[in-house]
Each structure stands twice: as C-alpha cells, then as structure tokens.
Design a protein. Structure first.
Length: 106
C-alpha cells in the first residue's frame, strides 16, 4: 500500500526534470501524440516512454492508446492536486508549534 508521502513524491518527481517540463509545456496546448512529442522535444522513443511513465504515474498526465501510438494530455484533477499539494506544504501553519528546544539547552 502506497503512503501519502510516496504518492506526493511522485507528483513532485514529475516536475523535477527539464524534459518533463518541456513535455508539460507542449501538453498545455492540448492532447499530443507521442510521435509529435518525440519530434518537438528531440528525444528518442525510449526516453519519451521513461518520462511519460513518470508523468502518468504522478496523475498529472493521462494516456490514451490509439493504434500503435499513445496520446497524452494534462489531467485537470492531477494538475489541481499538484497545485493544492504545493500550497499545503509551503503555507506556514497559523499556529506554529512551540520550538523551545533551544531554550531547554540554555
């Protein structure tokens, strides 16, 4: 069973590679065939497959098979989850925890 930390790490992994960021930029314009992404980005089929596996596993990208080619698009739900996750972990808590460990040592 996957923990929430493991699931959330997959989301952030999707954004931490320049090729995946290029792919996401192209998918902003709508669904793209793998063949178009290979040509646009200038990477090989195996490299694209590797990056798309990570993007799809993150939930940010959806894959649809049509014949021998796969078509990819940004998932609204995955995108919204990634944005909410980033906000949640970077927004300070309203009532910060007591941090008196330094005072105890003095």
């Amino acid at each position: 069973m996957e923990s929430s930390y493991e699931r959330d790490a997959k989301v952030f992994k999707a954004f931490c590679d320049e090729n995946r960021l290029r792919i996401l930029e192209r998918l902003r314009g709508g669904e793209k065939c793998a063949c178009a992404l290979i040509e646009d980005i200038g990477i090989g089929q195996s490299a694209l497959s590797y990056h798309m596996k990570i993007l799809v596993e993150s939930g940010v990208v959806a894959a649809r098979q049509e014949g021998k080619w796969t078509h990819y698009s940004i998932r609204e739900a995955g995108s919204a989850y990634a944005l909410a996750l980033l906000r949640a972990i970077t927004t300070p808590e309203e009532t910060p925890e007591e941090n008196d460990c330094c005072e105890k040592q003095a």
